[in-house]
Structure formats: C-alpha cells, structure tokens
Design a protein around this ligand. Sequence first.
Ligand SMILES: *[C@@H]1O[C@H](CO)[C@@H](O)[C@H](O)[C@H]1NC(C)=O
Ligand SMILES: *[C@@H]1O[C@H](CO)[C@@H](O)[C@H](O)[C@H]1NC(C)=O
Ligand SMILES: *[C@@H]1O[C@H](CO)[C@@H](O)[C@H](O)[C@H]1NC(C)=O
Length: 509
Amino acid sequence: MKLFLLLLLVVTMAHGYNILCIQTVPSKSHFQLMKGIVDPLLKAGHQVTMITTFPDSKPEKNLKYVDVSRIQKIVPMNVDMMDHNKNQDIGYVKMLARNISRLAIETPAVREMLVNEQFDAVVSEWFFSDVDAGYAAVQQAPWILLSGIVMHYHIEYLVDTVRSVPTIPAFKNDASIPMDFHARLRNTFAYLFMTFGTLMDYSLEKSNYDTYFTPIANSRGVTLQPYHEALHNISIVFVNSHPSFAPAQSLPPNVIDIGGYHIPEYTPPLPKDLQDLLDSSGQGVVYFSMGSMMKSANMPEQVKKDLVSIFGELPYTVLWKFEDKLDNLPKNVHVRSWLPQTSILAHKNVKVFITHGGLLSTLESLKFGVPMIAIPVFGDQPSNAMRSVRAGHALMVAFATDMGRELKVALNEMLGNDSYYKRAKFLSKLFVNRPVTTTKLIQHYVELAIESRGAHHLRSKTHLYSWYQIWMLDQIGLLLLILYVIYKVFKKITSFFKKENVKEKQKIN
Ligand SMILES: *[C@@H]1O[C@H](CO)[C@@H](O)[C@H](O)[C@H]1NC(C)=O
Ligand SMILES: *[C@@H]1O[C@H](CO)[C@@H](O)[C@H](O)[C@H]1NC(C)=O
Ligand SMILES: *[C@@H]1O[C@H](CO)[C@@H](O)[C@H](O)[C@H]1NC(C)=O
C-alpha cells in the first residue's frame, strides 16, 4: 500500500506541473492566443495559473485566473477604423506595451503570487516589450515565449543572431522571394531601424525590469538575473506560423511553429438555425467579418449602404458579423452580432471569406481552405494580406469610404474564377499535413523545457560569442595579418636578391 502511494505520488509529480501563463494585452484575440496554450497544458493534467484581462467567473478544473482586467479600462485597444494612423506608429505601440506591462506587474495579486508561489515554467506573449522576462527570472524557472505573429527580427535577435536580413522579406516588406536589390536594401534599413529602436529603448526597459522585479526577487530571497542575460534566457519559442504561410527560414531547434493552434481540433457543431441556413445554401455562402477589435458599427454610413446593396445583388447567401441592427436587409443577407467563425469556415458551402486579414482569421481560412478577400486595416494585416495574395488564395481591397465598388469587382473575380478556391484547398492540405498535432507539440515542448531545466540543448549557441566572433572578424583579422607578414617577408627577400644582383653586376664591371 505504501509503495503504491509512493508510486502514485511519483506519477502525479511527474505529470502535474505548475505553470504560469501571462496574458496582459487587453484584446480578445490575445486572450485566445494564450488560452490556446493553456488548454493543451490543462489537458495534459498540469496546474495552470493564468494572468488574464478576461477572467471567466468559472475557470475549468486545474485552472486559476489572476485578474488584471483593469488594464482593459485604462489602456485603449479599440481600433477606430477610419483613424488608424496613430495606431501604426511603432513608438505609440511600444508605449502602450510598456504601460500594459507596468499595469500588470503593479497589480497586488500578481506580485503576491510571484512572491509566494513557485512555478515550474512561465509562458508569456511577446508584445513589443521585453520587460516580461522578469517573470521567469524571479521564479528562476524556464521561460517559454509565445509570438502571436510570424517570425520577425526581434524574436530572432532574442534567441539567435539575426540571419534572415538578406533572404527573408521583413515585416512590412511585401517583396517576393528571391528579393531584388531594392527589396534587400529595404530589409537592411528595416533591420537597422529595429536595432536602433532596441538600442534606444534598452536603458528604459532595463530600468523598468530592475524597478518591477528587484523587490519581488528580494522578497523571494533570490538575486535577480541581470536584464541582458534574462532577455535571452529563453527555453522555447512558440511561433504562430507555419511554412505553408510564412517562408521557411533557418532557426534554432527551440523555435517551434504552432500556426493555427488556437483552432479547436474538433470543430464544434453549428447552432441549429445556422446549420440549416448553410445547408440550404447550395449556391454558396459569402462570410464577412472584420474581427473582434474593429466594430463594423463604426463604419461610415455610406460604406454600410454600399455593402448592403452589393451583397443584395449576389446570387449567394451572405453571412455578416455586424454588431448593430440594419434595416431593409435583402433576403439573402443575414446579420448577427456574433458568429462561430471556425464552424462556419468549416462548412462546405462557404465560398469566400471577407476579412480584415488578421493572422488568426488568415490561419483559419488556410486550415479550412476558404479563399479570402482581405480588407486590411492596421498592424500585421496588410502584410498578411499581401502574403495571401501572393500565395494565390486571396484578393486585397483597400479600406476606404468608397471601397464598395472595388469589393464588388473582387467578389465577381473570385466567384467567377475557381483558381483561388483550388489554391486555397491545396494550401489547406499543406497546412493540416503535420506529423503531430499542435496540442502535442505544446505539451511536449513545455514539459521538455521543465524536465531538461531550460532546454539548453536546443538553444542556439550564438549568444556565447561576441558579434565580431560571429562575423569572424577576429579570424579574418588574423588571416590578413598573416598575408601581410608573408607579403613583407617576400618583399624583403626579393629586395635582398635585387641588391645581390646589383652587387654582382658591380663586381663584374
Ligand atoms: C501610458 O501611460 C502614461 C502614464 O500613465 C500616459 O501618460 C500615456 O498616455 C499612456 N500611453 C498609452 C499609449 O497608453
Ligand atoms: C536561465 O533560466 C534557467 C531556467 O530555464 C534558470 O535555471 C537559470 O538560472 C537562468 N540563468 C541565469 C543566469 O539566471
Ligand atoms: C483566374 O485567376 C488566375 C489568377 O489570377 C489567372 O491566372 C487566370 O488566368 C484566371 N482565369 C480566368 C479564366 O480568368
């Protein structure tokens, strides 16, 4: 009996880890991103504490929420569709990110938990700030980083050296591969711009890190790891990407693509009324949603009117996610304030998805093989849209007050030419063709990070070297020196022989 209990203890200890997941960006899609990590961990029997801006009143078994929903009230995240310029300014986004980090760590419940509890691993999302490195540092536990967007220079810099500058188009560079000279030059400038920004913010981020986390480390009786080390002390990076979507690139083995992981493995059934509507729409369905952050109700009146009349003319059923009531709707247009997106996209009658081109929506359309008409507004939406257009399963329409006409052209093109549909189905095959599910990947790598005490064997070794060693400048220097010495010796010898020659000649004379 004793042995059995002991065995039971060992078994439960080996499986039930205590994991901290941090979600502080106050938007539903960021909640969805972190919950997509939390769920597989719960499923594997682990204990999860989730710092979140959207605490549910009734969390699932083994899940505990730490409420930071006050961030929602202080930090504005609603995007005004017609005035998105200020949201695109990287300086503004970084300030927003720093405010979010500060508000989270200043929450008393968060501080108490960090001081009093011991976690086996810490998962946080990268959002334009590195200060959150402190959570894993005070816990002295493996840090797992989640990138909600595809691979980019900054994550590359955190886990390795940045190698993609000459080969992979960066964030807003929509060039095709291989890049021409001009596109490569743009990449280099983007990289220099980022590096300059990182350098400029370094001392501020470092001082924030020290200010927020030193008191917590002191209360725990541990020394806080210096910022420049904590920053790169990353065990695993989960990237919301997949090679069927973003180009393959050379990365260390602790960077794991889990694109589409937020999509449930088994598509939930549609509500009865929607199921009936979609089933009876054999002629095809157009699904239109601009996501959760941009409210269609904030659209200018003219745009709404144009859309209603364009949709009304289509020989298809149109499902429109719209938060307000619309009067005089044509018979084929159905408006709901909420729609189960993945279940709709999974339906065989859905022919086109009109979207803002956010990454989550784009990945969902890839998974279910539904071609897109993207109307990108801000952030990574334009580059996602360009990527999809280039891949051949999407068309792009510029967001503007008179976009109705352009949208009509795009709809006619997409519904009259099946190349987009076929391409979407092909890419969908690539997208779902994986040796293991993302659920397994997430469970495996989090457990591996814990059990190997930091997955050091998977990490790039570049951070053990100085920049001139990585660029081999010291070796090139030595080579040049040797060449120089050889040249000098050679010159000495030839001039010696010349002199001898001269002497000889003089003797003869
Ligand atoms: C960040 O916080 C500061 C200080 O509370 C405030 O002045 C600023 O407007 C905030 N910025 C953003 C983008 O939230
Ligand atoms: C880096 O993280 C690991 C856990 O992954 C931790 O054990 C180690 O102490 C950290 N390194 C330093 C120098 O603190
Ligand atoms: C359909 O669209 C593809 C991609 O734009 C194009 O190459 C093809 O010529 C089009 N086919 C027709 C019949 O218009």
